[in-house]
Design a protein around this ligand. Structure first.
Ligand code: GUN
Length: 301
């Protein structure tokens, strides 16, 4: 039987409606949540992600501003901008879009962001807090993946979750979230990666399989157990096509890390690409920005 398609777009809509209400209450108290994004250079994926985040802010009622620095900007210039935003009273969240050009040390920049404004959840203090089960901000993509599981009726509790990929942005934080002895976690977690022998043997044991390797369609049907839930975090740009809305404009062709057509015949539920984890990532960034603004509102009372 073909799998149920888990729509991230629909779940994101539900969460955004909840957020709009929260923002309305904050504004009534005189607080407008504010997010600042900093992008360096013109990497097409980064341009598109930042635009999506700006649109989500607009939809929910969050004030946002994007600073675009040229590709040749120095590390020092970027650090100065981060410092300035750390000090700005009306800025609740700061996001530096990754990847950064090679001449800039990303860790140095991320470590300078005030942990209280670190809506990406990348600061080592926030990573550590999450690992010990006392999260302050949860990183957006893995948090979005967990919300998608829970809200689609596929809670990870008591399940064997196999995560493919060990990145600092997805694989490792997702492992830390799911292993906690908490509601919507408490899973048995296995992480497979490029150093794993017999990967398929392990992925076939997954009740919930999360693909986060960053390689197009590498999870094939023979790597998936019959009836498993498959969450595809991959966003791979494999080419370009004319936009359906405006054929004079080219848009990226996106593929996930999962061979969707084949795997959907075997899984019980699966997320598509696009329209799966992607919209959830942006939505969880909005969640974190609203949380930061709510903390500001509490401080100012
Ligand atoms: N680049 C790819 N994913 C992310 C993300 O979640 N946050 C930021 N800042 N950059 C990214």
């Amino acid at each position: 039987m073909a799998a149920k398609i888990i729509s991230g777009t629909e779940v994101a809509k539900e969460i955004r409606a909840e957020l709009k209400e929260k923002v309305g209450k904050l504004k009534a108290d005189g607080i407008t949540p504010g997010l600042v994004m900093i992008r360096v250079g013109d990497d097409p994926a980064s341009v598109s992600y930042v635009k999506g985040k700006e649109q989500a802010c607009e939809e929910i009622g969050i004030w946002s501003e994007t600073y675009v620095l040229p590709d040749a900007a120095t590390e020092g210039e970027l650090l100065v901008k981060v410092e300035e935003m750390n000090k700005a009273e009306h800025v609740d969240g700061i996001l530096v879009q990754l990847p950064l050009p090679k001449h800039i040390e990303a860790d140095k920049v991320l470590n300078l962001i005030d942990p209280a404004k670190d809506v990406d959840g990348f600061h080592p203090i926030n990573v550590g807090k999450m690992l010990i089960g006392d999260p302050y901000f949860m990183p957006c993509t893995p948090h979005g993946a967990v919300e998608l599981m829970v809200r689609s009726g596929n809670s990870p509790e008591g399940k064997h979750v196999v995560i493919c990929g060990r990145s600092n942005i997805v694989g490792k934080p997702l492992m830390a979230m799911l292993v906690q002895k908490k509601k919507h976690a408490n899973a048995t977690v296995t992480v497979v990666h490029t150093g794993t022998k017999n990967m398929a043997e392990i992925t076939r044991q997954a009740d919930i399989l999360v693909a986060a390797m960053g390689a197009p369609e590498v999870i094939k049907a023979d790597m998936v157990k019959e009836g498993a839930v498959v969450i595809d975090v991959g966003v791979n740009r494999v080419g370009e096509k004319p936009s359906a809305k405006d054929p004079s404009r080219m848009v990226a062709i996106l593929k996930g890390d999962v061979d969707f057509e084949a795997v959907k015949e075997k899984a019980s539920a699966i997320t598509p690409v696009p329209g799966g984890v992607g919209p959830m990532t942006i939505t969880m960034l909005m969640v974190n920005t609203v949380i930061a603004a709510e903390r500001r509102a509490t401080r100012s009372k």
